[in-house]
Ligand binder design. Structure first.
Ligand code: NDP
Length: 293
C-alpha cells in the first residue's frame, strides 16, 4: 500500500468559537497516541449549520463538536441519537459512520466520570442542581439515568426550571422538584450531591459565587462545579470550608473531551496529557492533577 497523506478530520462548529480551547487539548491527545487526526476550530454562524453538516459528510470528517448556538438545531441533521441526547434534546458531539450521523451529549457523561473518579455514585442519592440551562440539563438527565432518587432544580427563571423538572418526571424514573431561586437558596439537609450548573464564577467573574445559603452546606455533602476556569471557584472554596468533598469543572471538561476522543478514534484517551494541556492553556500549572481532574 502507498503512503497515506490524508488525515482524519474532526473539529468544532460554533459562534463564537475563536476562544474555544478544545482543539489544543484534542490535538495534544492525538499526538500523544500517534494518531493522524486533525481538530479544526471552525466558525459556523447561526443559519449556516445545515450546509456545514452536509459539508462534514461530503468531506468525510470523522466527527464534529457542536457548541453555541448549534447544540439543539443540529438534531434536525442527524440520523441517530444516543438516549441521553434524545432526552436532553441537545447534542455536543457527532460521529460520522460512513455518512450516517450519530449524535451524543457527552457533557453529562463527562460530569459522571468526574463523580466516579472521586468514588461518588448518584444512584439512590438526593441531588440539588443550581441552574436549568444546557449544563444543568445534561447533568440532571445523566444523574437520573444513573438512578438518582430525587433531583431538585433551583432556578431564577420559573418557566425554564419547571420545564426541566417536568421533562425529568416524564422521561426518567427519578422524582424531580423545582425550587424557586429568588432568595439565597437553602440546600435541603438530606442532599447528598449539590451541583452548580450556572455560569456564575466563570472567568473573568471569578470573584462571584451563586447566591445560596452557604451555612446549609453540610460536611457529608459532595459539592461539584461546572466552572473550569478558575477550577478553584469561590463556590467550591465555601463548600470546602464547611468540610464538604468538592469536585471541580476541569475534570468534567477533560472527561467529555476524552469521551469524544474515544468515540471518534476507538482508542483510549490519554487523560493526563489532556489535563496538563488544558492547565497550561489556562495558566493553571500550579494545580496538582489530583485536585483538578
Ligand atoms: P446556559 O446559559 O444554558 O445556562 C446557564 C444557567 O445559569 C441558566 O439556568 C441561567 O439562568 C443560570 N444563571 C446565570 N446567571 C445566574 C445567576 N446570577 N444566578 C442564578 N442563576 C444564573 O449555559 P450552560 O448551561 O451551557 O453553561 C453553564 C456553565 O457551565 C458555563 O459557565 C459553561 O462554561 C459551563 N460548562 C462547563 C462544562 C464543563 O465541561 N466543565 C460543560 C458545559 C458547560 P437564566 O437562563 O434564567 O439566566
Amino acid at each position: 500500500m502507498g503512503k497515506n497523506y490524508r488525515s482524519e478530520l474532526v473539529g468544532a462548529f460554533g459562534c463564537p468559537i475563536d476562544e474555544n480551547p478544545t482543539g489544543v487539548m484534542e490535538e495534544a491527545a492525538f499526538a500523544a497516541k500517534g494518531l493522524d487526526f486533525r481538530y479544526l476550530t471552525i466558525l459556523v454562524e447561526k443559519g449556516d449549520l445545515k450546509e456545514a453538516m452536509e459539508g462534514i459528510v461530503a468531506m468525510n470528517f470523522r466527527g464534529i463538536n457542536l457548541t453555541i448556538p448549534h447544540k439543539v438545531e443540529v438534531l434536525k441533521y442527524l440520523d441517530e441519537l444516543s438516549e441521553a441526547a434524545e432526552i436532553i434534546g441537545a447534542v455536543n458531539m457527532v460521529v460520522n459512520n460512513e455518512g450516517k450521523l450519530w449524535g451524543d451529549n457527552t457533557d453529562g457523561k463527562g460530569f459522571m466520570k468526574s463523580l466516579t473518579d472521586a468514588g461518588v455514585s448518584p444512584k439512590g442519592k438526593n441531588i440539588m442542581v443550581l441552574g436549568a440551562g444546557g449544563a444543568s440539563r445534561a447533568i440532571s438527565v445523566e444523574c437520573a439515568l444513573q438512578g438518582a432518587k430525587k433531583i431538585t432544580i433551583a432556578n431564577i427563571d420559573r418557566e425554564q426550571g419547571q420545564e426541566l423538572v417536568s421533562m425529568l418526571n416524564e422521561r426518567t424514573e427519578t422524582e424531580a422538584v423545582f425550587a424557586m431561586w429568588n432568595h439565597p437558596v437553602e440546600v435541603p439537609s438530606d442532599t447528598h450531591i449539590l451541583s452548580n450548573a450556572t455560569s456564575v464564577g466563570l472567568y473573568p467573574n471569578v470573584d462571584q459565587k451563586p447566591d445560596i445559603d452557604y451555612e446549609s452546606i453540610l460536611s457529608d455533602m459532595v459539592v461539584t462545579d461546572v466552572i473550569f476556569n478558575d477550577p478553584n471557584s469561590l463556590f467550591l472554596q465555601e463548600a470546602e470550608k464547611r468540610g464538604a468533598k468538592t469536585i471541580n469543572g476541569l475534570g468534567m471538561l477533560v472527561n467529555q473531551g476524552a469521551l469524544n476522543f474515544t468515540l471518534w478514534t476507538g482508542v483510549e484517551a490519554p487523560v493526563d496529557v489532556m489535563v496538563d494541556t488544558l492547565k497550561k492553556e489556562f495558566g493553571l500549572e500550579q494545580y496538582s492533577n489530583e485536585k483538578t481532574a
